[in-house]
Design a protein around this ligand. Structure first.
Ligand code: NAD
Length: 261
């Protein structure tokens, strides 16, 4: 069954074929969606363009989300070339490496500003810019992480950003509901990506995750893609403002114990 036939998706956040956004894009493509991509920097173009071509996407445009001008420009081009969109995928986060290790109380003003600007404000800015292209309603989604709720070593300012991102998701959902636009966040367990590699101690956490999680399995980008496709589809037409975990059940635990103990 193809869930997304006739729908157009604009995907922000593919850096390479390990990106969660790529898992989402590929699954949406399999479900019949027409895809368009935006990438962050010139140096990423040579990785993103071939991926985009492999799912028949014509629209592949640069947009650094810290720039209002670049956001305006990418949506102006999208308006011209795509006419409308039904799905907006925000899979973007950034914090300086020096902010993702050590003492949280050492978080700098600039490190805080940058992390919250790129990882949170960008959702508001992209959502606003997408509105003229979503006159018939649609589905927006972002990617969050459980560190928003419970302390995860070294996530530091990114954890604070994820709390703000989840709140932003709820406020946007309340704001845009009457326009038939749904806004949700997907919260995956650890996935080995470029961004994750920036978090000190991530590898160890990743290695041990499956021994704690109730389902005993790590998360793939395809697992996230499946849930994203569902959220983008009409089957999720009454779901908005939610944080949906794709984490093999990890978040339900209070004290994680390895299975074999
Ligand atoms: P990734 O590195 O593949 O993707 C992050 C993307 O953010 C990249 O494409 C990067 O270019 C983009 N980005 C950073 N700064 C930008 C800017 N100024 N303008 C435009 N784009 C910018 O890593 P990922 O793990 O796929 O991350 C995607 C999302 O998933 C992030 O929000 C991340 O926090 C979230 N997430 C990741 C994990 C994990 O374990 N990997 C778990 C939960 C949530």
């Amino acid at each position: 069954m193809k869930l997304l036939e006739g729908k157009k998706a604009l995907v922000f956040g593919v850096a390479n074929d390990h990106s969660i956004a790529w898992g989402i894009a590929r699954t949406m493509h399999e479900h019949g969606a027409e895809l368009a991509f935006s990438y962050a920097t010139e140096s990423l173009e040579r990785r993103v363009r071939p991926l985009a071509e492999s799912v028949n996407a014509q629209f592949v445009e640069k947009c650094d989300v810290s720039s209002d001008e670049e956001i305006a420009s990418v949506f102006e081009k999208a308006g011209r070339e795509l006419g409308s969109i039904d799905i907006l995928v925000h899979a973007i986060a950034f914090a300086g490496r020096d902010q993702l290790l050590g003492d949280f109380h050492q978080t700098s003003r600039e490190g805080f500003r940058v992390a919250l600007d790129i990882s949170v404000y960008s959702l508001i800015a992209l959502a606003r810019a997408a509105l003229p292209l979503m006159q018939n309603g649609g589905s927006m989604m972002t990617l969050t992480y459980y560190a928003s709720e419970k302390v995860v070593p070294n996530y530091n300012v990114m954890a604070v950003a994820k709390s703000a991102l989840e709140s932003t998701t709820r406020y946007l959902a309340a704001d845009l509901g009457r326009r038939a636009i749904r806004v949700n966040a997907i919260s995956p367990g650890p996935v080995r990506t470029l961004s994750a590699a920036g978090v000190s101690g991530f590898k160890k956490m990743y290695r041990e995750f499956d021994s704690h999680a109730p389902l005993g399995q790590n998360i793939s980008i395809e697992d996230v893609g499946d849930v994203a496709a569902f959220l983008a589809s009409d089957m999720a037409s009454k779901i908005t403002g939610e944080v949906i975990f794709v984490d093999s059940g990890y978040n339900i635990l209070s004290i994680p114990l390895p299975r074999d103990e």
